[in-house]
Design a protein around this ligand. Sequence first.
Ligand code: GAP
Length: 482
Amino acid sequence: MIDMDTIVSLCKRRGFIFQSSEIYGGTGSCWDYGPLGVELKNNVKRAWWRDNVQLRPDMVGLDASILMHAAVWKASGHLDHFTDPMVDCRGCQRRFRADKLDEGEWVHYCAATKGNKFMVPAGEPCKHCGARRTLCPACGKGGLTDARQFNLMFKTFMGPVEDAAAVTYLRPETAQGIFVNFDNVLQAMRLKLPFGIAQIGKAFRNEITPGNFTFRTREFEQMEIEYFVMPGTDEEWHQRWIDERFAWYQEYGLRKENIRLREHEKDELAHYAKRCADIEYLFPMGWSELEGIANRTDFDLKQHSQFSGKSLEYFDEESKQKVIPYVIEPSAGADRSTLAFLVDAYHAEEVKGEKRVVLKFHPELAPIKIAVLPLLKKNNQIVETAKKICADLRRRWYAVYDDTASIGRLYRRQDEIGTPFCVTVDVQTVGDAKATADQKVTIRGRDSMEQIRVPISAVEAVISDLMSGQWAAVAKQTGLVA
Ligand code: GAP
């Protein structure tokens, strides 16, 4: 398993993800997506949107605002319940989540070894004196305060006057924008149960202990579905969504052995949930949540109905009765999914005695789909042909032209950023004094490094087949370049 430092360093070096405000020393837990990162994350969001909204007759989309009426957060329960228990170190003043104190290694000054300092593994006693952690895990000296509840919502003011009446919050989940628009969407789109509303957007949480790169940040993007069903059919729909979402990650390349389901214990369920299953991924720091799929019952619609005074019922034509639908919520993180796809794609291999780093992204997710490379950058005909092929391909896919190194290095660079296909134009393509042009180019596959040769006129059609995973079939037809 790859360690997080290797991923963080590759992400910076190759323009995927940078520390936010880095020239000022960086901001805690905020990250900026660079030129390749924004392509990757957009591709993740696009695949999610297409598969969960556009390809389904029972789904529609929404893009609600981040700032909402403050009463929303009272009704939703976030003002009262969206808290983590927090403790402070009386010595170094660091803050910790009380429930995560023993999840990392801890500093211990051991009395049995003349007060020597040791880093003790998470949750274990000191192997010299047998003591367990009681003090601050970071400084090893300060006592800890009692735990107190800390609300994770970012508070702000709407308008120029900073008084109590102007207080509002940055949304901590996109879900509430969907619930408060339930009736608008229902009426406008004339929907029948079961149906779902999907949304992708930013959410903000003042996490006490952000970390692990983009895994836990204070500003992040969610991809959420609220799927409304008739009460009584909710448990079946819940299971269907768990199965579908679990399959989705594997469809886009996450390896089976790195993904699992974890059922929530009764005492860890959110205040609104009847059942929740997490899809977990084996991140470098261990198994952690990628997506939560909860049965939120009729909690949210009932609460908003009560607090707003507006009916959020659904009229069932069949039974001629009004019901409050139940809600199944598959709630994914765009940043966490992007990180999981990055980690899973990372491979370090040895090729002819040299290390090759390759990101084996699913072609749909790869930031750049095709690199067009001239074998000789001083040959005008080769360069112009390559640029023309690149311009033609770019109308359909994100393709780049690169002539800034030797072909071997160019291939390695594209491997390291996960470009599935390289198209190379050489002397044979354009001809010279000794040979007539064959008007063919070489296409190299990233994962197998195999090469095929195809006419320029067929490149678009061939790439289209290759994008849908047909390398073996195409190679069988064309034969491999020796
Ligand atoms: N509406 C339900 C909800 O928000 P959640 O489990 O708190 O549930 C859903 O969040 C998903 O949002 C998580 O599975 C994760 O992918 C993402 N997420 C939550 N907090 C995050 C954070 N601080 N940083 C990055 N992603 C986060």
